[in-house]
Ligand binder design. Structure first.
Ligand code: C5P
Length: 421
């Protein structure tokens, strides 16, 4: 099972390659963008195909390459309008002076120039050309027009050129370009978080409270969990801009404002509902529920009558909800909890790995002043090794304060800087 650390797995980049010797650098650019987790589709002009084959880009991007405006086969898959809508950013690298001129005048005689007119996504161009062509009045005039039209022009570097000249016109290195794209999306995410909350737009599912495992129609096995921590986290996630669904075991707590609550009873029901929520769409799964480890093997249809001095009830193991969700193909960011009475940190770190979680928050329930029925809590948070994030000590505070700090920890893990592998 591999952890998906890709912060940008929901961001779509069209890399448009035009005719120029720097096109070979764009092959590496695809790799670097993919390393950051972006979805990449490549569009090539006719000129570009004289330098590098579409097959190269197909293999590197994992998607078929778009070359024709009116190819019936391509249009049946993803037509130019869909492609224009799919993109979160169009990066033209290298951008030839011909393409720049087309953009500046609004010509639409091939796929790329049509996309340019049809998209609402930001467009970046990285011009690369002979220094004389770069300096030409027409090129500079066209670039000024592009800037006025809102296109971001990435300045070429100076140095020796493939044609033997020395001067301005070299395409920046693929690593630099990929980093600029990454920084752009990081900044955009930060701006969204500042305006709409740390978990703006995220779909969060939280399990909370105990589960109740029936013995017969009137008796059950359960535990002392009150659900307070899970409910506080649900409220904090909602305040942070998330869409929150709370799968609540039997507890007597009021549903936090703005939160969708679904009451469940047994562990099996909680798992069923969790899987259902996963299908509906879930970005973050937070398992605070104190799920009964065992359930009664055969629930009696009728009330068991008092008879004899002993009653034997056979129990079978319940499924592990959080571990089951963590094993799914499109798994959300997984947060677990561990309540321990000894070796708290050691056991929690073990569960983080065993259950394939991204983050685990653990507390010492042997302490009388925190945990279960208390209004206060103190926790230590661990992140999966891949995040390379230090553990965090959340000092004793109200469950609301702790919930807020957990939201911050989730946000930080989701948006931490990752280096390309
Ligand atoms: O293994 P343990 O019960 O200590 O692990 C605690 C974590 O696992 C909590 O996040 C809890 O909600 C989750 N869990 C679960 N399903 C189970 C048991 C625990 O989701 N059957």
């Amino acid at each position: 099972m591999s952890f998906d650390l890709s912060v940008f797995s929901n961001k779509n980049i069209i890399l448009a390659v035009t005719g120029g010797i720097a096109a070979y650098k764009s092959a590496i650019l695809v790799r670097r963008l993919k390393d950051y987790g972006f979805n990449v589709r490549v569009v090539m002009t006719k000129g570009a195909q004289s330098f590098v084959t579409p097959l190269t880009f197909q293999a590197l991007s994992g998607n078929s390459v778009h070359t024709e405006l009116l190819d019936p086969e391509a249009e049946a898959g993803m037509g130019h309008i869909e492609l224009a809508r799919w993109a979160d950013l169009i990066l033209v690298a290298p951008a030839s002076c011909n393409t720049i001129a087309k953009f500046a005048t609004g010509l639409a005689d091939d796929l790329l120039s049509t996309l340019y007119l049809a998209t609402k996504a930001p467009v970046w161009v990285a011009p690369a050309m002979n220094q004389q062509m770069w300096a030409a009045k027409a090129t500079q005039r066209n670039l000024n027009t592009l800037v006025e039209d809102g296109v971001h022009v990435i300045m070429p570097g100076a140095g020796s050129q493939a044609c033997g000249d020395v001067g301005l016109g070299r395409m920046p290195e693929p690593e630099d370009l990929a980093e600029q794209v990454k920084n752009y999306f990081h900044q955009a995410q930060r701006a969204i978080a500042e305006k709409f909350g740390l978990l703006a737009g995220k779909r969060v599912v939280i399990t909370a409270g105990p589960t109740r495992e029936a013995i017969d129609p009137v008796r059950y096995i359960s535990n002392h969990s009150t659900g307070k921590m899970g409910f506080a986290i649900a409220a904090a996630c909602y305040s942070a801009g998330a869409k929150v669904t709370l799968l609540a075991g039997p507890v007597s707590l009021e549903t936090p404002n703005g939160v969708r609550r679904i009451n469940v009873s047994s562990a099996i029901k909680m798992l069923d509902e969790s899987m259902h929520q996963l299908e509906e769409g879930c970005d973050i799964f937070i398992a605070t529920a104190a799920v009964a480890d065992y359930r009664v093997a055969e629930v009696s249809e009728h009330k068991i009558k008092k008879a004899g001095d002993e009653l034997n009830v056979s129990l079978v193991k319940n499924p592990d909800i959080v571990a089951t969700i963590a094993q799914q193909d499109k798994r959300p960011f997984m947060v677990g909890f561990a309540a321990e009475t000894r070796n708290v940190e050691e056991y929690a770190a073990g569960k983080l790995v065993a259950k394939k979680l991204d983050m685990i928050a653990c507390n010492d329930v042997s302490r009388a002043d925190i945990g279960f029925a208390s209004d206060q809590n103190a926790m230590v948070v661990f992140f999966a090794e891949q995040y390379q994030m230090e553990k965090r000590d959340l000092e004793k505070a109200s469950k609301q304060d702790i919930a807020q700090q957990l939201v911050e920890a989730i946000h930080d893990a989701l948006h931490h800087e990752i280096e390309p592998v």
